[in-house]
Design a protein around this ligand. Sequence first.
Ligand code: ADP
Length: 226
Amino acid sequence: MNVIIFGPPGVGKGTQSKRLQEAYGLCHVSTGDILRREIAKKSKTGLEAEQHVTRGEMVPDELIIRLVKRRLANDVQCQRNGWLLDGFPRTARQANAMVLAGLTPHHILVLDADDATVSERVLRRARDASHSGRKVRADDNAQTVRTRLREYHSNRNAVLNEFDKCAASPDSNPRSTHLPARPRAGGCTKSRERFLSQPRFLRLSTVNGEPSVGNVTDSIRAALSQ
Ligand code: ADP
């Protein structure tokens, strides 16, 4: 099973991903973690990404697409067990590049929560890290969270649209949207038709990320098992 976990900063994508990794054996690919490791190593990629990450802005699409493709192509666990993408794709271009590369998600989990809730969580994470002597993320501060939220909201619909613009209308189940693997007339490129004509369903579920960690995990597991 290949899954994308999508949502605003601080909604709990990382926390839930760790739980899903354990429960389903998925290979967890967090682009934020990869970038932070590259920045710590002061690699060429890290140096290129650092300013963007510190300001809460997106790193260039080409850079992140290259990193994800390389990881998924070289990681045996990802190929064998399926992947869980956390923090990617974040722009329509990234989503489109995935589709073109034949990287096909089976399920897109959209974790939603209010801006006020997620901002408070990020700031609490920074305070907790500081009080317990752990490293505080360079981008966990009020100003940067505003930028990260702005980036998220300005790309959210375009990203989701990349996956469903060729699909037929969603069914009537209000909790999950099945995107049948048949392209709608018009708007589908050849490669996208190839992607969508595969005999599988792409499902999109929206999960409320505001309740406790355990409750959110239960909702995610229910969505994945439908
Ligand atoms: P969060 O979801 O809490 O903002 P992440 O750890 O996923 O945190 O990402 C941290 C930062 O890394 C982002 O603000 C951005 O600068 C960069 N980043 C991560 N993934 C991507 C991506 N897919 N495209 C562009 N930039 C990214």
